[in-house]
Design a protein around this ligand. Structure first.
Ligand code: FE2
Length: 187
């Protein structure tokens, strides 16, 4: 196991063949102060936890789908699961680009998620839709913070792209359960 000490050095004592004295973390010199990078990595890890929970819930929906529209919903949930999986990769990579550690354990995902876990419940379209919409609201606020408070345009753009992906998935899920729009009906 690799531990990072407060002095930024790897915690190995050399018995595994690594010389800890040679392993120094190089802080990114990219125009963002370390406290800003720390705060933004926190936002990214919260986002990663949301994505992990929603990814798993979407996968559960895919595994357990039944009834009318089985095949189509089976394919839809699988495609959304894969998209969520891919976007998590980009969020984790950004945490590393900012000098942070991307969380990657179930305990941490549960600790940091703002999307509710529901053990014993197979998520239906309405539940997934509500989770996407909650994620969109969090992402909108987090993206605003990244640009206005932290001036990190790179993370801002990533979070906006994640938000747009959720907006699209939410629209597709909503379309399955809403009636045909009445011509001329206002929002
Ligand atoms: Fe499958």
């Amino acid at each position: 196991m690799r531990h990072i000490n407060n002095d930024g050095h790897d915690g190995h004592d050399g018995h595994d063949g690594h010389n800890s004295k040679l392993q120094v973390l190089i802080q990114p010199n990219i125009g963002l102060d370390s406290d800003v990078r720390h705060s933004v990595v926190g936002i990214l890890n919260n986002t990663l936890a949301n994505e992990a929970v929603l990814t798993l819930k979407t996968r559960s929906a895919h595994w357990n789908v039944s009834g009318a529209g089985f095949l189509e919903l089976n394919i839809l949930f699988n495609s959304q699961y894969e998209q969520l999986n891919d976007i998590s990769d980009e969020i984790a990579e950004r945490a590393r680009m900012l000098g942070g550690i991307a969380i990657g354990s179930l305990q941490e995902f549960i600790k940091y998620t703002r999307v509710e876990e529901q053990p014993g419940v197979v998520p239906d379209i309405l539940r997934l839709l509500a989770d996407h919409e909650a994620s969109i609201r969090f992402l909108r606020e987090d993206a605003r913070k990244c640009t206005e408070e932290y001036e990190d345009e790179g993370t801002f753009e990533l979070l906006v792209s994640v938000m747009r992906l959720h907006e699209k998935m939410a629209w597709i899920l909503r379309s399955y359960i809403e009636n045909e729009p009445i011509h001329g009906e206002s929002l």
